[in-house]
Design a protein around this ligand. Sequence first.
Ligand code: PRT
Ligand code: ZN
Length: 283
Amino acid sequence: MKTLKIAIQKSGRLNEKSVELLKNCGLNFENYKSSLISPVSNFPLEILFLRDDDIPEYVQDGIADLGIVGENVIEETEVTVSYLQRLGFGKCSLKIAITNNSDIKELGDLEGRSIATTYPVILGKFLQKQNIHADIRTISGSVEISPGLGLSDAICDLVSTGGTLKSNGLKSFADVMASEAILIGSKGSENNDLVQELIQRIQSVLRAKETKYVVLNVEKTNLQNVLTLLPGVKSPSVLPLAEEGWVAVHTVIPERDFWDRISQLKQAGAQGIVVMPIEKIIL
Ligand code: PRT
Ligand code: ZN
């Protein structure tokens, strides 16, 4: 079968997590910083290390079958690719921000104003939808210093913690788009068996990341109360303990409501709660 190629960022915010995800999928490869291509020894796959801006077009043109890149870059380059899987890392949002003392109060106030950005395509579409005519100033970096230098009235840039805005005397004003890293493929790549295999491996790693394995002890009289709080992959396993009248419950719970769930379980009579990370969940 033809060897697949997947393009990931060579260095930068998405590199480490992309490499980690592929390694967690059981793929063996060297993360050579100096080489452009790294072969995977135990799967018919080659890894291309590229600048993130080049990844969407490489995938669109079929030079790489797959790519891992921020949704913001895909939308900005307006390529035709298949969205195969959201990956849950590299989360950020593209926002319009203004100076703390700006007289811009609502979206309509952007009419006729200038906005500096490295995302002219996405911003242009957003403004068009809102029927706002603003002067989009495309610059190649350090967008956040533009209002302070008098180069623009506002900026449109990616924000994650908000620290950069704050330290430049700016405040978030409007959300343009939310973004995260996405696995993309050339059109039709989703029909390839190897691509499907890889997507399934990625999904099993992502599912495992979102969940914790929980073992707890409970008196049989409280079992029903505890079980109503637990979903499990299918349903929780209940095993007898050596001590009469007690059982152990094994199950998985979603990471996002972990702390709430644990305190509810304790209130319902659960004891000796052990929580463990999960490596993979294969359905
Ligand atoms: O060299 P190459 O071209 O490959 O990389 P790059 O420098 O263009 O991109 P890189 O590595 O900075 O970001 C890669 C991807 O990470 C982006 O395309 C986004 O999808 C995602 N991402 C997530 C971010 C951020 N969070 C982020 N905070 N990309 C950039 N930022 C920048 C933002 O532009 C601003 O300068 O971080 C600053 C704001 O961060 P906070 O935390 O202060 O709000
Ligand atoms: Zn880039």
